[in-house]
Design a protein around this ligand. Structure first.
Ligand code: E4P
Length: 217
């Protein structure tokens, strides 16, 4: 299972990278705005900065909603760095743009996916990644994890190579449940990654080992 961090915060990306278990980064316009990154030049430079920190794929989202605009923006983003993955919204022109980029061998991430039908379309369009938003489904009392199971089942039925990127992960149990279901990737905040480290028995066990060592020395 690949671990992506879902942030545009460079310090958090560096911290996750320093653990040695980070496989990539996802961003979106809201995450960029949260870090105060505005203006096209600054946003493009920020993507390059992120690529220079991590070894893996970095999703960069287009803001156009028409096919021509998505292609124009996506090509400019792809030219920035070979780690860039073009993130496209699950709308009609997004599907067309996904097919356009996938047929050129450019990596894509189809985002804002909330149903199995949308995930099926993304796979048919040759998406590298599909991003079902599990936390936002949970937010409206719908079972986000069930959607991951449905997509896994459908993709396995037909051998689709599109990777299921469980997005809108909010906490450690989302990560564990996605791993049980067989999501290929999860993207979540730093807390959902480092939270996996925590167990009180690890802390108390280590404290005891260190105390016992001190007694003998
Ligand atoms: C995915 O790529 C999105 O950036 C993200 O996971 C959305 O998460 P949120 O629902 O916590 O905003």
């Amino acid at each position: 299972m690949k671990f992506f961090i879902d942030t545009a915060n460079l310090d958090q990306i560096k911290e996750a990278q320093s653990l040695g278990i980070l496989d990539g980064v996802t961003t979106n316009p809201s995450l960029m705005a949260k870090e105060g990154i505005t203006g096209q030049d600054n946003i493009l430079q920020h993507y390059v900065d992120i690529c220079n920190i991590v070894d893996g794929d970095v999703s960069a989202e287009v803001i156009s909603t028409d096919f021509e605009g998505m292609v124009r923006e996506g090509e400019a983003l792809a030219a920035l760095h070979d780690q860039i993955v073009i993130k496209l919204p699950m709308i009609k022109d997004g599907v067309k743009a996904c097919k356009y980029f996938s047929s050129k061998g450019i990596k894509t991430n189809v985002t804002l996916v909330f149903s199995a039908g949308q995930a099926l379309l993304a796979a048919k369009a040759g998406a590298t990644y599909v991003s079902p938003f599990i936390g936002r489904l949970d937010d409206i009392s719908t079972d986000g994890l069930h959607l991951i199971s449905e997509i896994r089942h459908i993709y396995d039925n037909y051998g689709f190579e599109t990777e299921i990127l469980a997005a809108s992960v909010r906490h450690t149990m989302h990560v564990i449940d996605c791993a049980k279901i067989g999501a290929d990737v999860m993207t979540g905040p730093l807390s959902s990654i480092v939270g996996l480290l925590k167990h009180p028995l690890t802390d108390s066990g280590l404290a005891q080992f260190l105390a016992d060592y001190q007694k003998g020395n």
